[in-house]
Design a protein around this ligand. Structure first.
Ligand code: IDC
Length: 361
């Protein structure tokens, strides 16, 4: 674009009448643009080519996530660590999200809010403060034209019904607040474990109903047994065999860790099965490490995963944007910067993910 403009400008300078007229027209457009830019808030100006301005509200069509024009669309995202932890909270800032958008090719952020554990939403954390953190995260993502997942990060609580009351209140508040937003996605239970699909399904149906009371359209992600592996065992497929009926724009999560050989061995077959059944699947969390979040990372297995995910246009979110001393963290443990990271600030996982995401862009 800039190159073309320069060309037109120099034609004008060389004196042809056509060139002059062109230059005049260019000048007029330029002035009008500058004038209108002056009247608009900064975020609106740069919004012209953001992911959300280009793709609009997302929805689910068959097994696919599609954009507002009905074209298959892939979210290429990063998950925070728990925003209730210091190692997660520090990165809920606009510059961090902008760095990811502009320098990594990221179009979506997942805000993970643990329900239990240290400072968890249902285990003694200050709920109003934690909600404020979510609001801030959504605000930054929205200003930057990025998609954002609000993740109710159950983990040690296993059964999502453990904190049902808190969950239903939380999603009621969120859905009321964000009902007119194009970019907000709700993830209603990160990783159910130790409970059956019918238990998760009954929880999910009630939470979906609460969200839909306010927000009729947003995409909702349902976590699956066990630890979001689409079924209770490594080879069972009860979610694909018995999905939730009666609601649109519902997706189901598949989580994997490329450093975990059992995940690499069994989970691709589950994804293929789900696709065959027409189940809309989203990888709302994956890591390069072992499932513990530590251990050695496996880039070779991750390359194979990316091929499979891209083949089916599956959206994915990498765990995690943190400098915690664990191999799944994308920043080096000594990194103090909370945005604008240089390559030397990144962990091995961070360097790999940045280059993969950029190559996709
Ligand atoms: C891990 C964090 C780690 C933290 C632990 C317990 O990386 O720092 O101590 O949780 O809170 C998941 C979970 C995600 C885990 C991650 C790695 O969704 O919360 O984060 N993991 O263990 N599922 C599979 C792996």
């Amino acid at each position: 674009m800039r190159g073309k403009r320069k060309g037109r400008l120099s034609a004008g300078r060389h004196g042809s009448t056509r060139g002059c007229r062109r230059f005049g027209a260019f000048l007029l457009v330029f002035c009008l643009t500058v004038a209108s830019v002056g009247l608009l808030p900064a975020s609106t100006v740069s919004a012209a080519s953001t992911p959300v301005s280009k793709h609009g509200r997302l929805s689910v069509k068959g097994a696919n996530l599609v954009d507002s024009k009905g074209k298959v669309f892939q979210l290429c995202g990063i998950s925070t660590h728990g925003i209730n932890w210091d190692v997660g909270k520090a990165y809920v800032n606009k510059k961090a999200f902008k760095t990811l958008r502009d320098e990594w090719g990221v179009n979506a952020i997942r805000l993970s809010l643990y329900t239990e554990g240290y400072n968890g939403y249902c285990s003694g954390g200050n709920q109003a403060e934690l909600r404020k953190l979510v609001y801030n995260g959504v605000k930054y993502a929205t200003e930057l034209g990025m998609y954002v997942i609000i993740d109710w990060h159950i983990l040690s609580d296993g059964n999502p019904n453990t904190h049902y009351k808190d969950a239903v209140n939380f999603f009621g508040i969120m859905a009321k607040r964000y009902k007119n937003y194009k970019n907000v996605i709700y993830e209603i239970c990160n990783e159910p474990n130790g409970c059956s699909w019918s238990t998760v399904k009954s929880y999910a149906t009630k939470i979906i109903k609460r969200i839909r009371k306010y927000d009729k359209n947003a995409v909702i992600i349902v976590g699956t047994p066990s630890w979001s592996q689409l079924g209770s065992s490594l080879t069972s497929n009860e979610v694909a065999n018995n999905p939730i009926k009666g609601y649109k724009n519902i997706m189901y999560s598949l989580h994997f860790y490329a450093g975990e050989s059992a995940h690499n061995k069994y989970l691709p077959a589950k994804l293929r099965y789900a696709r065959k059944k027409g189940l809309p699947v989203i990888v709302s969390e994956f890591g390069l490490s072992a499932a513990s979040g530590s251990g050695s990372i496996n880039k070779t297995a991750m390359n194979t995963w990316f091929q499979l995910l891209n083949k089916y246009n599956i959206s994915y979110f990498c765990w995690s944007l943190s400098n915690k001393a664990e191999s799944s963290a994308l920043l080096k443990s000594g990194t103090k910067k909370t945005s604008g990271w240089k390559t030397s600030d990144l962990s091995a996982a961070g360097k790999y993910i940045k280059s993969k995401y950029l190559a996709r862009k």
